[in-house]
Design a protein around this ligand. Structure first.
Ligand SMILES: [Zn+2]
Length: 97
C-alpha cells in the first residue's frame, strides 16, 4: 500500500515538471519558458517581448521555427535607442550630481 502511494506521488510530481506544450525563449539573456496557445503560429515571450514562429511536432508539442524578425528588430532598435539616450544623458550631466 505504502509503496503504491509513493509511486503515484512520484509520477504525479514528474508530470508537473514536464514542459509539454512549452518552448524556451531563444533570447540568450532571457531563456524564459513560453506556453503558446494550442495550434498558434506565433508565440510572444511575456518576459522579453520577442516573437517566434512556431511549428507543432504534434498537437501538444510546439517547437520554435524561428524568430519574427520584424518584431525582434524593432525591440533591438528600441533598446539601442534607449541605451543611446541614456548614454547621451549621462554625458550631458558630466560633472553635475
Ligand atoms: Zn524571452
Amino acid at each position: 500500500m505504502a509503496i503504491e502511494k509513493e509511486q503515484l506521488s512520484a509520477s504525479e510530481s514528474l508530470r508537473k515538471t514536464r514542459t509539454f506544450g512549452k518552448v524556451r525563449c531563444h533570447n540568450p539573456s532571457c531563456m524564459e519558458r513560453i506556453q503558446p496557445a494550442p495550434g498558434a503560429n506565433h508565440a510572444k515571450c511575456p518576459t522579453c517581448g520577442m516573437e517566434y514562429r512556431l511549428f507543432w511536432v504534434n498537437s501538444t508539442l510546439p517547437r520554435i521555427r524561428g524568430p519574427v524578425w520584424d518584431v525582434n528588430r524593432k525591440i533591438a532598435q528600441e533598446k539601442m535607442a534607449r541605451l543611446e539616450a541614456a548614454a547621451s544623458k549621462k554625458n550631458g550631466k558630466k560633472g553635475g550630481k
